[in-house]
Design a protein around this ligand. Structure first.
Ligand code: EPZ
Length: 421
């Protein structure tokens, strides 16, 4: 198992280029199943989750070829489906595999997808995906831990209302509805930029979708979809992570290829905390405004609220801010796995249910710590960059799932970081 060894205390300076969004690339790869024509994706990040998704669609019958020239360009072609099964050993490693459910049902009216099972941050059910597909005419049975779905007469449009926004359920039903007979309305749909990006791709393929980015999506089914060329949008979570890296180390970074507004509510919270973010031609500049970081309360909410995927990173920043910060996680049941690890580095945090009270300290101290999930891992990297001395982070395979070339990008702006086998 690889480890990361970081010597902290160095203010980061230089330029970081942001990659394509993992959470937009994954549904885009699934969307290619909807057509027998080629779908070319650009700006696809080179991360483990994308490799897993490509392996899954290849099993289903998609040919995935990397196109030379610009990095991250992939050509997907699914002339016919050779399988309709997403097996447990793939799905358990990457929950987003369930995103093939809607496309398979829409394309051939059958799917056998393993239930994802839980993960470190919570039970992660898919009931909203399944209820929505049933409303569209699918018959769903749970057999031996698998979802067995059939739509022998094809899917039909329906009115679907979510009790709370779900990114994955919105994406699955959106893709299923593009080829359903009639119109589908999804009420209380997720509004994340990754959903807007998926709608852009589906419309380029010939789908008819209104309301992208709002909480009401209206999809008028069409008889078939064609190929398309699509560039994946920049990863707002990666951009937010590096913005916090600049702030926590007291350095200054130029973030390239990610517009500042992608940060959404995190931008306002970072400003409140004393971080200066300045719009630039092809991104933004970020650093502390006057050297002091202030404790700021944060509550994670569905987009456009503060992203749950930035909660752990923001908590690391609050560990070295002046005063206290109350951080409340409202999306997932157990997304504080980074807390005990940050405390090993001297952070002062007390957790009460879904809220963590952080009291800022002068300096964190390097220590051996353990990564537990993707975003918790990177919050430990951020803390290590700011801490005095040496930190060793174990189980960093979590990081490789969602951050492209993390050590390279950090080392290029002055971090003392190395991967030790
Ligand atoms: C997506 O997960 C992202 N993953 C997550 O990023 C992100 O944290 C999450 O959205 C929330 O923004 C991808 O896009 C691949 P949800 P998803 O459905 O779709 C509950 C990362 O670090 N729920 O929006 O699984 C669920 O338990 C990952 O990149 C149901 O109850 O999240 C959660 O509490 C982590 N029933 C809430 O809704 C369902 O059928 C939001 O989940 C579906 C979800």
């Amino acid at each position: 198992m690889d480890r990361l060894v970081i010597t902290g205390g160095i203010p980061l300076r230089g330029t970081v280029r942001i990659s394509g969004a993992k959470n937009a690339a994954l549904p885009a790869i699934a969307a290619a199943l909807l057509t027998d024509e080629p779908v070319e994706l650009a700006n696809v990040p080179d991360v483990v989750d994308v490799a897993s998704m490509l392996r899954l669609v290849q099993r289903l019958g998609t040919s995935a070829t990397h196109i030379g020239g610009a990095p991250g360009r992939i050509r997907l072609l699914t002339p016919e489906l050779l399988s309709i099964e997403a097996p447990y050993d793939l799905v358990r490693r990457m929950r987003a595999s369930v995103l093939v459910l809607g496309p398979l049902l829409a394309r051939v009216g059958r799917a056998r997808v393993s239930l994802p099972g839980g993960c470190a941050i919570g039970p992660r059910p898919i009931d909203l995906h399944l209820k929505g597909l049933e409303r569209m005419g699918a018959q769903i049975d749970l057999v031996d831990g698998y979802v067995e779905a059939r739509a022998p007469d094809g899917l039909h449009g329906a009115e679907i209302e979510f009790p709370q926004p779900s990114v994955g359920a919105t994406e699955n039903l959106l893709m299923a509805a593009t080829l359903a007979r009639g119109t589908t309305r999804i009420v209380n749909a997720a509004r994340e930029p990754e959903i807007v990006d998926l709608v852009r791709l589906l419309c380029a393929m010939g789908a008819r979708i209104e309301g992208a980015g709002t909480s009401i999506l209206e999809i008028e089914g069409v008889s078939r979809l064609g190929g398309a060329h699509h560039t994946i949008l920049p990863d707002r979570i990666e951009a937010g992570t590096y913005a916090i890296a600049a702030a926590i180390t007291g350095g200054r970074l130029t973030i390239e290829q990610a517009p500042l507004e992608l940060l959404g509510a995190a931008r306002d919270k970072l400003c409140e905390a004393g971080v200066e973010l300045v719009e630039r031609e092809n991104g933004f500049e970020v650093g502390r405004a006057n050297g002091i970081l202030e404790g700021v309360d944060v509550m994670t909410r569905p987009y456009p609220g503060f992203a749950t995927d930035l909660q752990a990173q923001f908590m690391a920043l609050m560990c070295v801010a002046r005063g206290a910060a109350m951080i409340t996680e409202t999306i997932f049941e157990n997304r504080f796995m980074h807390v005990p690890e940050l405390m090993r580095m001297g952070a002062k945090i007390t957790v009460h249910g879904g809220s963590a009270l952080v009291r800022g300290v002068e300096r964190l101290k390097g220590a051996p710590v353990m990564a537990t999930d993707l975003r918790a891992s990177v919050s430990l990297v951020l803390a290590a960059l700011a801490a005095e001395g040496r930190t060793e982070i174990n189980r960093i395979y979590h990081l490789d799932r969602g951050y492209e070339a993390l050590e390279r990008k950090l080392a290029a702006v002055g971090a003392r970081i190395e991967r030790v086998p």
